[in-house]
Design a protein around this ligand. Structure first.
Ligand SMILES: [Zn+2]
Length: 132
């Protein structure tokens, strides 16, 4: 794989953390930064390219004054199931979704606007938004 070299400036404290991670894993800083950038670029490409998507959305909220079930009802065409548990003082939902990636993004934004933290894990065998 052809590589390019270019200079970037990052906060010294972050550079130190990258160096520590690289040392701990026995790899170079370039390898750590490449992995981080690749994951970030993949995530952005995934968000930006409409496609049929399936995955798991983790939804966390400290105090639930709203009923997430009523919100889930609004997105019932993409929600195939969910679990709901309390972990300490946190309300944790694992929502299984399948459908339009844009609709999944809308669900995530709606949950965020209700004060929920969300993290989506797409379950792709390959990346369908890529030609190669
Ligand atoms: Zn996807």
């Amino acid at each position: 794989m052809r590589k390019e070299r270019f200079g970037i400036s990052i906060p010294a404290e972050l550079s130190k953390r990258i160096k520590e991670l690289a040392d701990k894993r026995g790899v170079t800083r370039s390898e750590v930064v490449t992995e981080i950038v690749r994951n970030y670029v993949n995530d952005l490409e995934h968000e930006n390219m409409p496609h049929h998507c399936s995955g798991v959305m983790i939804v966390v909220k400290k105090e639930v004054e709203i009923s997430l079930e009523s919100l889930y009802e609004t997105f019932k065409e993409i929600i195939t199931g969910y679990t709901h548990q309390h972990v300490g003082d946190l309300c944790v939902n694992v929502v299984f979704v399948s459908g339009s990636s844009q609709r999944i993004e809308n669900l995530s934004r709606s949950l965020n606007s209700c004060g929920c933290f969300t993290r989506f894990l797409p379950l792709h065998v390959k990346e369908p938004w890529r030609e190669t």
